[in-house]
Design a protein around this ligand. Structure first.
Ligand code: NAD
Length: 491
């Protein structure tokens, strides 16, 4: 049964065919800047998930036997198609997510870098060998694919995060089932349409829509050998445990609460610009966003850093992401998130933090039905407050003041997450101390969003990641393949 609500029905892609959804249970995707309906996303039935796994299982042996260079050549064509369709993909992404057009292009281009990385699989997947590991005995180690694999992605990077997973998995010789976020599935659909244009054999990549039920069906199917997941910590932990129960390989990246330390000797303008980009870029919906700015010593007592950040944040113009010439910040992606952010701000005021910039007072005149909220800044945030502890995932910056770098590091170390942490300083000793002692997987020195670029890998620590390893780079090659050791003696 086709469910024709809105302009587009999101179809599953199974065994090389786009299939109409069989359930009418699901979610409506809207343009968050206007509130207009743009797509209907249905929760796949158990039967549809089974069919996707069947298709991936059927395609797996031949795909694994396809020479690695040939596998990579599909990705080279895919890379060229992404480049050719960049503007179109970016517009779809803005419409479903709300971020600004240049941010949408960045989302796609960072994912495209992983496609380029995966094109090097003939080299990346190479094994090792040694003569005479024992007398007259040689050993070889080769990497083999796992078989059927799957990935589930969050709403906030609809291009980059599917592209963290899919290219590396299939280049390793696996077949892959993507379950995109049910809030922002359309960019993934378009990406997979482009991938199909390369002539990729049916069943190598499949797409199923849905949320928890679809994931449960994938997790309980023993034929799915590995699952990569990115989302909130609560769900990531649940996925990690569930996959472990089912004996699956799993890496589940979770939420974040990233800290940026500002030392008194930091460059005022460059630091303020970077903090604005990090805290309010993508409307604060980045897992690498700065959520807490720690002002150290004189950086706290003289209010110049706070003032520079607040002045810039107050000037951000709210509007549709397709018009970056007129506006600086898009809406939050869905209404319930906007309401959640409003509750966090209300609660922060009740807890006694000082709201020096109130984003609730700002709205978009041009887009009155969008889920907009202005940038907010809280000063004098106490460590016990929810503002300091919980992931808000919106344009809210909390400012903590401490006398020394040691105390700043202690504040950073106390938070349960560990995705990114940055320091702004002119001093190498402070930078080194911070880089050494901060408890996070990705550290920035005078960099606001310290996302490592390929071949260095993306991955956090603590409650920001469940499972071993990183999601990109050579760690991902190891995740999506398994080693076979061959010990040989010839008479
Ligand atoms: P989410 O946890 O709500 O959803 C993530 C994925 O899980 C989606 O595909 C969703 O459909 C699926 N899902 C929902 N309920 C499920 C369930 N019960 N069982 C299994 N799967 C389920 O996250 P979100 O709101 O889409 O994304 C925002 C979150 O993702 C934030 O917490 C953010 O920090 C985090 N994130 C982390 C990283 C990282 O690299 N660590 C990157 C981006 C986003």
């Amino acid at each position: 049964m086709d469910v024709e609500i809105g302009e587009k029905i999101c179809r599953n892609f199974i065994g090389g065919r786009w299939t109409s959804p069989r359930s009418d249970h699901g979610r409506q995707a809207v343009d968050p800047a206007t509130g207009e309906l743009i797509a209907k996303v249905t929760e796949s039935t158990q039967e549809e998930i089974r069919e996707a796994v069947n298709a991936a299982e059927h395609a797996a042996p031949q795909w694994a036997a396809t020479p690695v260079k040939d596998r990579a050549s599909y990705l080279m064509k895919f890379n060229a198609l992404i480049e050719r369709h960049l503007d179109e993909l970016a517009e779809i992404l803005v419409l479903e997510h709300g971020k600004m057009l240049p941010e949408a292009k960045g989302d796609i281009l960072r994912g495209k870098e992983v496609v380029e990385f995966a094109c090097g699989m003939p080299d990346l997947m190479r094994g090792e060998a040694l003569f005479d590991i024992a007398s007259q005995v040689d050993v070889r180690m080769v990497r083999e694919p796992l078989g059927v694999t799957a990935g589930a992605t969050p709403y906030n990077f609809p291009a980059m995060i599917p592209l963290w997973m899919l290219p590396i998995s299939i280049a390793c010789g696996n077949t892959f089932i993507l379950k995109p976020s049910d809030r922002t599935p359309m960019t993934s659909i378009r990406l997979v349409e482009l991938l199909a244009e390369t002539g990729l054999p049916p069943g190598v990549v499949n797409v199923v829509h849905g949320a928890g039920d679809a994931m449960e069906a994938l997790m309980e199917d023993r034929r799915v050998r590995a699952i990569s997941f990115v989302g909130s910590s609560a769900v990531a932990e649940q996925v990690y445990r569930r996959c472990a129960e089912e004996g699956k390989r799993v890496l589940a990246l979770g939420g974040a609460k990233n800290h940026t330390v500002v030392m008194p000797d930091a460059d005022l303008d460059k630091t303020a610009d970077a903090v604005i980009q990090s805290a309010f870029g993508c409307t604060g919906q980045r897992c690498m966003a700065t959520a807490v700015m720690i002002l150290v010593g004189d950086a706290a007592s003289q209010n110049r850093f706070l003032k520079a950040v607040v002045d810039r944040a107050a000037a951000l113009r709210l509007g549709h992401g397709l018009h970056p010439d007129k506006y600086d910040m898009g809406p939050l992606t869905f209404e319930a998130l906007r309401d959640r952010v409003l509750r966090h701000i209300h609660f922060g005021c009740q807890e006694g933090a000082n709201l020096v910039l109130d984003g609730r007072k700002k709205f978009s005149r041009d887009y009155p039905n969008g889920f907009f909220i202005g940038a907010s800044v809280f000063d004098h945030v106490g460590l016990e407050m929810s503002l300091a502890q919980e992931e808000i995932f919106g344009p809210v910056l909390s400012v903590v003041r401490v006398p020394t770098l040691d105390e700043a590091i202690a504040v950073e170390n106390r938070n349960p997450y560990g995705n990114g942490a940055s320091i702004f300083t002119a001093g190498g000793a402070a930078a080194r101390t911070f880089a050494r002692r901060a408890s996070a997987g990705m550290i920035g020195v005078n960099v606001g969003v310290p996302v490592p670029r390929d071949p260095y890998a993306f991955g956090g620590w603590n409650r920001s990641a469940f499972g071993a390893g990183d999601i990109t780079g050579t760690a991902a090659v190891r995740f999506w393949s398994r080693d076979k050791k061959i010990t040989e003696r010839w008479f």
